[in-house]
Design a protein around this ligand. Sequence first.
Ligand SMILES: [Zn+2]
Length: 391
Amino acid sequence: MTEQLYYQNVYLRECTAMVRTCYKEKDRYAAVLDRTVFYPEGGGQPYDTGTLGDAKVLEVHKKDGEIVHYLDRPLEEGKEVTAEINWERRFDLMQQHSGEHMVSGIVHEKYGYDNVGFHMGSDVITIDFNGILTEEQLGEVENLVNQKVWENRNVEITYPSEEELRTLPYRSKKELTGEIRIVNIPETDLCACCGLHVTHTGEVGMVKLLSVQKFRQGVRVEMICGNRVLSYLNEINTQNKEISVLLSAHPAKTAAAVKRLWEENFQNKGKVISLEERVFQNEAESLKGAGNTLIWEEGLESDSVRKLTDAVMHTCQGLCAVFSEQKDGSFKYAVGEEGGDLRTFIKEMNQALQGKGGGKPFFAQGFVQASKEEIEEFFRKLSPTVCGSKK
Ligand SMILES: [Zn+2]
């Protein structure tokens, strides 16, 4: 069995070790050492990465009781190598893991809920609890957890006897047998865990609970700790500064400024719609009795294309077709004729102009992937009155 140096000292970043075995497995190499600083995936904590001599350590897993380091190149058996972990990654994982214990312990103590699912992602940590927490309660938990962080409590690791364990109110996801490792964060959490933790809670730095949402019978909480809080703060701060400059609003009042902008936009949209309707009515008036009519527009929404067609078809006494060119060069269209039956016509048009769409016998709407010339060519046989902005 490989000597697990990380259990003796979690701050050990490197060691020398002897390569006991090394073999090829699929497209990579697997090495077992006499001792290691590399933590294999376990207890919800991801594996360490780093280097073994010249080889990159890609993953580390426990397999048949051995700690197997998966490498990008082979190592000579019997040779001594230097093992070095990616400390930044490890310390980040220790911060997240200890923070997660503290949150779970406090939620358990305060609300009696169990942590029933836990995932340490590369962005956020998620914890699933088997009970409901409100945003307000989440805020209380966050305050309590951070107080415990700043009290800089010692994190104690113990291996109690079976008798001691019977009276110990520790958290555990499953029934455990054999030697049990207990992680004790005084007045905060007591939990059976094989993962690696900071030795003082102050090293967690800060715990930020990002969100809570209903999940199965309880809730899922998203959280980050330590350096991830700083990165998050930087990202959000940069975003907010940009919004603040764009809206000439104080950084603490950007939400109110966005709300005002949204309301303005909503009102303007209403004005645009009523102006558009007046323009369409005028156009319909001017095309009274014009017969078959082909109208060119640019950038109109489907709804406006429909409204314009509807207005003109009631006055022109023929077929009315509106084509509005879109940014990608395609055209949105609507074709209508009061009391008409356009089904065959639309079918032929869609075929000729690579279009899609349909509707009622007297009215159809869709789009075509054709040029203005091709559309004009198709409509030439109807000899329509041609009007609109793109004559
Ligand atoms: Zn744990």
